[in-house]
Design a protein around this ligand. Structure first.
Ligand code: ATP
Ligand code: MG
Length: 506
C-alpha cells in the first residue's frame, strides 16, 4: 500500500461475503466505542472492519473480551483522526484508541502473510521480539539477583533494528518485526486461525470470510491458516493460543493444526518471558482456567511454559495439591463469570503450591513451618519459573505474603491474630487456607474460627482473641485443637498415599 489509503472499490475481493441477513452479528452487541471508531474511520474515507476474536465470539453468541479494528488507514492517519489515540509498538505498529478503561486496538492491514513478494526481509539472530497483535506487558522486570525492580519501558523496543527495514524474521522463522502494510486481501493471511479471520464491514454490516472461518466456527473447528509448522515457527505463541481457544471455546483442533505442537513446543522457550506472562494470564484468568490447564497438560505445553508445575502434575497425579489446584482454578473461573476480581498472585500460588511443597520437604521436618523456610521455597520456585514466565514483581510479593501468612493463620495467637486480620493479603491467604482444608492439608476448625473472626464485630473479636489466649496458655492448642501438629500428623499418615501434599500444605 502506498502512503495514501486505497479506495474501497479498488480492493479486489477474494472473500466470501456474508450479507447481514445471513449472519447473527448485531450492532447492539458491539461496544459503542468500537462502533465510534469504525464510523469515524469510515467517514474519513477509510475501510473499517471489526476483526478477530470479537467477530468470532459474536458469531458464537458470546460476549467478546475486547474489540479489534482493522483498517487501510496508516497508523499516523489513525492518530490524526482520534485525539484519545496513542501509537504503540515500533516493531508491530498499532494505534490504541482510549475510551476510559476500554481500549480499541486499530491495526493497519499487513501484507506479511501474503505470498512472498519483492519486499526486504532480514534475518536476525537471538532478538527479543514478538509477532502478532499482542499488547506487550510494560511492567517491571526482575534483575539477575531475582529480587529487584528494573523498569522496562516496552519489550518491543529493547533491541534496536535498522529502522528502514519493515520485516524481520529470526533463524527459526520467528517474525520479529512486521510493518509492511497491505490490503484486507493480504491481511487475512497473517491471522492465526480461520475462526479469527472474519472481518465485519461497517460499510454494509457484511462479514468477509476468506478462509472458511464461518463454517469452521459452526463446526467448532480450530484450523490454522496456511502451513501449520511455518505458522508456529513464525510465532510459537500460536501454540498457546490454540490451547487457549480449545479450552475457552471447546473447539477441537483439527489434526494438521494439532500435530506439530508436540514437535515444536520447545520453540516457546525462545519467546520473551514478558509475553508469556501476558499469555499465561489470558489462559488462566479469563474464565476458562481449568479448561486451559487440562489442555496445556494434555498437549504437553505446560511442560514448556511452566516446567516445574508440569513436572509436579506428572509425578503426583491425584495428590492433594493437584486436586486443590484444579478446584482453585474452577473457583477462579466462577469468580470471573460472576464479575468478581481475581488476582495473578492467587493463580500463581495455586500453580506453585506443589513445587513449593517439594522444596520445603528438602529441609528437616522441624523447619517446615518456619517463615524463612517457606519464603526460600517460594523464591526458589519463582526463580525457576521466571526464566520462562516473567511474573510481575507485585504478584510475586503477593504469593510470598500468602504463603508466609499460612503458619500465622494456623497458629493464631493473641494480638497478632487481630493484626493478621488487617493484613492486606489476609483475604487471599484465608482463601488459600480454606482450599487447603478442603483437601485435608489444613484444619477445617481453623477455617471456621477465622470465618467467625471475620464476621465478628470489634468487641467480639477481642473476646475471641482472649478466649484463644486462655486456651493456648498450656498446650499447643489453637482453635483447631492443636492446629499445625494435627495437620502434620495427618500428612504423616498420607505419606506415599494419594493425599500426600507438600508441607507447604501443612
Ligand atoms: P480473545 O478472545 O482472547 O481476545 P482474540 O482472537 O481476539 O482472542 P487477540 O489477542 O485479541 O485474540 O487478537 C486479535 C486478533 O489478532 C486475533 O483474532 C487474530 O486474528 C490476530 N492475532 C492475534 N495474535 C496473533 C498471532 N500471534 N498470530 C496471528 N494472528 C494473531
Ligand atoms: Mg481480542
Amino acid at each position: 500500500m502506498t502512503s495514501d489509503h486505497a479506495s474501497i472499490e479498488a480492493v479486489p475481493c477474494l472473500a466470501n461475503i456474508i450479507p447481514r441477513d445471513s449472519h447473527p452479528i448485531s450492532r447492539s452487541k458491539i461496544s459503542p466505542d468500537a462502533l465510534r471508531v469504525l464510523y469515524r474511520l469510515r467517514e474519513a474515507g477509510f475501510e473499517a472492519y471489526l476483526v478477530g476474536g470479537c467477530v468470532r465470539d459474536l458469531t458464537l453468541g458470546l460476549e467478546p473480551k475486547d474489540f479489534d479494528v482493522a483498517t487501510n488507514a496508516l497508523p499516523e492517519q489513525v492518530r490524526r483522526l482520534f485525539r484519545n489515540c496513542r501509537l504503540v509498538g515500533r516493531r508491530f505498529r498499532l494505534a490504541h484508541v482510549f475510551f476510559g478503561r476500554e481500549i480499541i486496538e486499530v491495526a493497519t492491514f499487513r501484507a506479511s502473510g501474503a505470498p512472498p513478494q519483492d519486499e526486504e526481509v532480514v534475518l536476525e539472530e537471538g532478538t527479543d521480539e514478538l509477532a502478532g497483535d499482542e499488547a506487550v506487558s510494560d511492567d517491571a522486570g526482575i534483575d539477575d539477583a531475582g529480587n529487584d525492580e528494573v523498569a522496562v519501558e516496552d519489550s518491543r523496543d529493547v533491541h534496536d533494528f535498522d529502522e528502514s527495514v519493515d520485516r524481520v524474521v529470526d533463524q527459526s522463522g520467528r517474525i520479529l518485526r512486521d510493518n509492511i502494510y497491505g490490503t484486507i486481501d493480504d491481511d487475512v493471511w497473517r491471522r492465526d486461525f480461520t475462526c479469527n479471520a472474519l472481518y465485519y464491514n461497517i460499510a454494509d454490516f457484511s462479514v468477509w470470510d476468506y478462509a472458511n472461518g464461518f463454517e469452521d466456527i459452526k463446526a467448532k473447528r480450530l484450523r490454522l491458516i496456511g502451513d501449520p509448522e511455518t505458522r508456529y515457527r513464525e510465532d510459537p505463541v500460536r501454540m498457546l493460543r490454540a490451547a487457549r481457544f480449545e479450552g475457552k471455546l471447546d473447539f477441537s483442533i483439527e489434526p494438521a493444526t494439532a500435530e506439530p505442537i508436540l514437535r515444536l513446543r520447545e520453540l516457546l522457550a525462545g519467546v520473551p518471558p514478558a509475553r508469556l506472562f501476558d499469555e499465561t494470564l489470558k489462559l488462566f484468568l479469563t474464565g476458562h482456567g481449568a479448561a486451559s490447564y487440562r489442555v496445556l497438560l494434555d498437549r504437553g505445553l505446560l511442560d514448556v511454559l511452566l516446567p516445574n508445575v508440569a513436572a509436579f502434575a506428572r509425578r503426583h497425579p491425584g495428590s492433594a495439591p493437584q486436586r486443590m489446584l484444579v478446584q482453585g482454578l474452577i473457583n477462579m473461573d466462577e469468580r470471573v463469570r460472576a464479575d468478581r476480581p481475581v488476582t495473578p498472585s492467587f493463580l500463581f500460588a495455586l500453580l506453585m503450591y506443589g513445587p513449593i511443597g517439594l522444596e520445603i520437604e528438602k529441609r528437616p521436618r522441624s523447619e517446615w513451618h518456619e517463615i524463612s523456610t517457606i519464603l526460600e521455597a517460594v523464591d526458589s520456585v519463582v526463580r525457576e519459573i521466571y526464566g520462562r514466565v516473567a511474573i510481575h514483581r507485585r504478584f510475586i510479593l503477593g504469593v510470598r505474603d500468602m504463603f508466609a501468612l499460612q503458619p500465622r493463620l494456623e497458629a493464631p495467637r493473641g494480638r497478632r491474630a487481630l493484626r493478621t486480620l488487617e493484613h492486606p493479603r489476609f483475604r487471599a491467604a484465608f482463601d488459600l487456607l480454606q482450599l487447603r482444608a478442603q483437601f485435608g492439608m489444613a484444619d477445617q476448625a481453623l477455617v471456621e474460627w477465622w470465618a467467625r473472626m471475620q464476621a465478628a464485630n470489634p468487641q467480639q473479636r477481642v473476646t475471641m482473641r482472649e478466649a484463644l489466649s486462655r486456651e493456648s496458655t498450656g498446650a499447643n492448642s489453637g482453635p483447631g485443637g492443636g492446629g499445625l501438629r494435627r495437620v502434620g500428623r495427618r500428612r504423616g499418615r498420607d505419606r506415599g498415599g494419594r493425599g500426600r501434599g507438600g508441607p507447604a500444605s501443612g
